[in-house]
Design a protein around this ligand. Structure first.
Ligand code: IPE
Ligand code: IPE
Ligand code: MG
Length: 252
């Protein structure tokens, strides 16, 4: 109780500090720490993943409310297949369930849901759900939520290189025309603006193969909070810190 009042106050203070006319356009989030959150409470890891999914809904609604345009979240990496079979199965079920609910709960709030990653490695059941969710929300005009699923930055680059190479081979593209713009266009993220900030909770200080191409000049923000505990006050703290950074992009 005391904790929640403290949080509300923190949020109220941070809310006033943030400059709403200079919000980051695109926020990336590595949703990490679900397992440790559950362990701390003596719960199975799956309970942490469930709590993390709830946090995502809250954070997306909050970001939409304050005017963020794009959020890209890391939900399952190409390396996460290394986990025990039952955890992978639970994560896949949860993701499917999440998409089903988000389609209505977030879709009705004008949110566009897109999945980025290698869909070939996913079951036909989850692929059917992905197609349905994307279709249901594609004409919305609000916040874009990209969910990175079976996503790896290196895998994405390989995929882009293969596509470009086959265009060159069939004379649809000249080698001289391969530039940054062309490569970006072939990424799963397509033509959307690179993330302005990537947030990683849980205390790990790495990108873990997330948005490697797109993060060339992204601001990084780390926190020791586990993702299920991540609150709107934490989001405001990240945005406030971001606004104090001096982004030079190589200039002076
Ligand atoms: C992030 O939480 C969710 C996924 C990677 C799917 P973790 O499951 O990695 O949680 P920790 O890092 O073990 O605490
Ligand atoms: C990154 O978290 C992937 C997701 C959050 C989906 P991990 O828990 O898999 O990353 P590492 O293994 O700690 O680098
Ligand atoms: Mg982790």
């Amino acid at each position: 109780m005391v904790k929640s009042i403290k949080r509300k106050w923190q949020e109220r203070i941070k809310r006033k500090q943030v400059d709403y006319s200079a919000l980051p356009h695109h926020i990336g989030i590595i949703m990490d720490g679900n397992g440790r959150w559950a362990k701390k409470r003596g719960l199975p890891r799956s309970a942490g993943h469930r709590a993390g999914a709830q946090t995502l809904k809250k954070i997306v609604s909050f970001c939409d409310k304050i005017g963020i345009k794009i959020i890209t979240v890391y939900a399952f990496s190409t390396e996460n297949w290394k986990r025990p079979k039952n955890e992978v199965a639970e994560l896949m079920n949860l993701l499917e369930e999440y998409l089903k609910q988000a389609e209505y709960e977030l879709g009705s709030k004008n949110v566009v849901i897109r999945i980025i990653g290698n869909l070939e490695g996913l079951s036909s059941k989850i692929c059917t759900q992905i197609i349905k969710t994307q279709k249901m929300t594609q004409h919305n005009t609000g916040l874009i939520l990209n969910i990175a699923l079976n996503y790896g930055g290196r895998d994405e680059i390989i995929h882009a290189v293969r596509q470009i190479a086959s265009k060159v081979k069939t004379n649809k593209l000249n080698v001289q025309d391969i530039d940054e713009k062309q490569i970006s266009k072939h990424m799963y993220t397509g033509n959307i603006k690179d993330p302005d900030i990537i947030i990683r909770p849980s205390g790990e200080l790495r990108l873990s193969n997330f948005l490697l191409w797109q993060s060339a000049y992204t601001e990084l923000w780390f926190s020791s909070i586990y993702w299920p505990d991540f609150s709107s006050a934490d989001m405001l703290a990240a945005i406030y810190d971001y606004q104090k950074r001096n982004r030079r992009f190589g200039g002076i």
